[in-house]
Design a protein around this ligand. Structure first.
Ligand code: PLP
Length: 387
């Protein structure tokens, strides 16, 4: 099978590099200056970074001064999830970390906090605001303000979280809220102001930019986490190390693309998702679509087929030429028990598969996915080796 015959339906894992991001990357590689240098070459590099900063800021309704580039969302999560904050020159100690039970491991691991408490989600996969409220009500504020992390949309299921409501609760209790917006941006309108988030975590490669670049976006600069990476004082002292100019420029270009006509693009993608799910249901009436009927990202379908293991299903689709994910695939590619399904009260060993679409997906690829699904569903009771 040639690459041209393959169908890529794993956009939540990573999106293909956009042509404009590739051009920006190459332009960045051609810039020879160090952005910290005062000569013309250095100033050109600085100007390119600042232009990308404006593009990312505009994308999420932030001030460009409040975008801090990093080597990806995982790094930004580790930067911001710390009890050690600064208000100007004074140290501020946070008193505890609360993370939703469905966070990506980048956040769920708790960064530089020694411990964290999990805020449960309901069977609908949505974080329980009543539980959040109760947990914050018993938080001992004399230990310092609480930090809460709730993702804007879940990567496995696409289920959208009530972040703005959560932010109001967190602020009413004097806490700070961090929002992992990695999967939501480009698919939903995301504005740091509208969400009321104190910090947003972004990743370039989920929106068609290069891998290994991300950002921490803040609402102000008064209260900032202690740096994770110290050194020469880059990014106003918040993230040292010579900037990845090409990567940052690619991220900026991808943000500009995602800011253009998102409603039209996402409407088209959602219509394809509807077509996909209708086709799947017609082929196997017992398919379970997780989060169906609730608020979901327009591009994501997380489903389970009784008697089909996630690992088996993933391989079967791959042999059909279709790249998708087992919802709980970890970085090693092994399918583990999904903490997301478990948090929703589902049997974490059940095999959930995730199809995620993007701007290159067309009807023909969806129809091929439906046909493959129908074949796999029809064979699923056969021994694994025959699937
Ligand atoms: N947060 C979410 C929701 C993600 O889906 C991912 C990537 O899988 C990350 C964080 C980590 O992003 P990065 O690959 O930029 O470190």
């Amino acid at each position: 099978m040639t690459n041209a015959e393959r169908i890529y339906l794993d956009w939540n894992a990573t999106a293909p590099l956009l042509p404009e991001a590739r051009t920006a990357l190459l332009d960045g590689l051609a810039l020879q200056g160090n952005a910290s240098s005062v000569h013309r070459e250095g100033r050109a590099a600085r100007a390119a970074i600042d232009a990308a900063r404006r593009q990312v800021a505009e994308f999420v309704g932030a001030d460009a001064a409040h975008v801090f580039f990093s080597a990806g969302a995982t790094e930004s999560a580790n930067h911001v999830l710390t009890p050690d904050f600064r208000m100007g020159r004074s140290a501020v100690r946070l008193g505890g970390l609360f993370v939703s039970a469905i966070e990506h491991p980048a956040v769920r691991e708790g960064g530089r906090f020694d411990a964290r408490q999990e805020v449960p989600v309901g069977p609908d996969g949505i974080v329980r605001l009543d539980a959040l409220e109760a947990m914050l009500a018993t938080h001992d504020r004399s230990a310092g303000p609480a930090m809460v992390a709730i993702m804007a949309a879940n990567s496995e299921t696409g289920i959208i979280q009530p972040v703005a409501e959560a932010a109001r609760i967190v602020h009413a209790h004097g806490g700070l809220i961090v929002v992992d917006a990695v999967q939501a941006v480009g698919r939903l309108p995301v504005s740091i102001e509208a969400l009321g988030a104190d910090f947003l975590i972004l990743s370039s490669h989920k929106i068609g930019g290069p891998k290994g670049v991300g950002a921490l976006v803040t609402r102000g600069e008064t209260l900032m986490p202690a740096p994770l990476i110290r050194g020469g004082g880059h990014e106003k002292g918040h993230r040292s190390g010579t900037e990845n100019i090409a990567g940052i420029m690619g991220f900026g270009a991808a943000s500009a693309f995602a800011s253009r006509d998102p409603a039209e693009r996402n409407g088209r993608i959602e219509a394809l998702r509807t077509r996909l799910e209708a086709g799947m249901r017609a082929a196997a009436a017992d398919v379970v679509i997780i989060g169906e009927g609730g608020p979901r990202l327009p591009n994501t379908t997380c489903f389970m087929l009784p008697a089909l293991k996630a690992e088996t299903g993933q391989i079967a689709f791959d042999l059909e030429g279709i790249a998708l994910s087992a919802g709980s695939a970890c970085s090693s590619g092994k399918v583990g028990e999904s903490h997301v399904l478990k948090a929703m009260g589902l049997d974490p060993r059940l095999g959930a598969l995730r199809i995620s679409l993007g701007w290159e997906t067309d009807e023909a690829s969806v129809d091929r996915a439906i046909a493959a699904f129908a074949r796999i569903a029809a064979r699923r009771r056969l021994p694994v080796a025959a699937v």
